[in-house]
Design a protein around this ligand. Sequence first.
Ligand code: 5GP
Length: 113
Amino acid sequence: MSTIFTKIINKEIPAEILFENENVLAFRDINPQAPIHFLVIPKKEISTLNDLEETDKDIVGELFIVAKNLAKEEGIADSGYRTVFNCNEDGAQTVYHIHLHVLGGRQLNWPPG
Ligand code: 5GP
């Protein structure tokens, strides 16, 4: 089932886009939890990490390559950052289109709570 992220991919609703190619879109989170907080998503609709297939290996790798490139562009590569996929209810997933959170620009806490 499509989510609000499909509308962002299709430019039906606005987002501050940081990167786009044929497979991947990255944009700032609308409700940032750190000074830098953006999401890297596949254009392919994949609901949760549980729905990943063998053939999605390349796309998942690409999400991380885009994440680390943007972390550098955003100036948080050296200070550090966190990458997170939330999965299902206990993982606090709210949008059922997988997305890699990238958070940085402040000291993050661990454990995450
Ligand atoms: P989840 O809780 O599913 O891991 O994260 C979903 C994230 O998407 C949240 O951090 C939320 O702020 C962000 N988000 C939800 N709707 C929108 C939207 O319409 N635009 C943008 N840019 N971010 C959104």
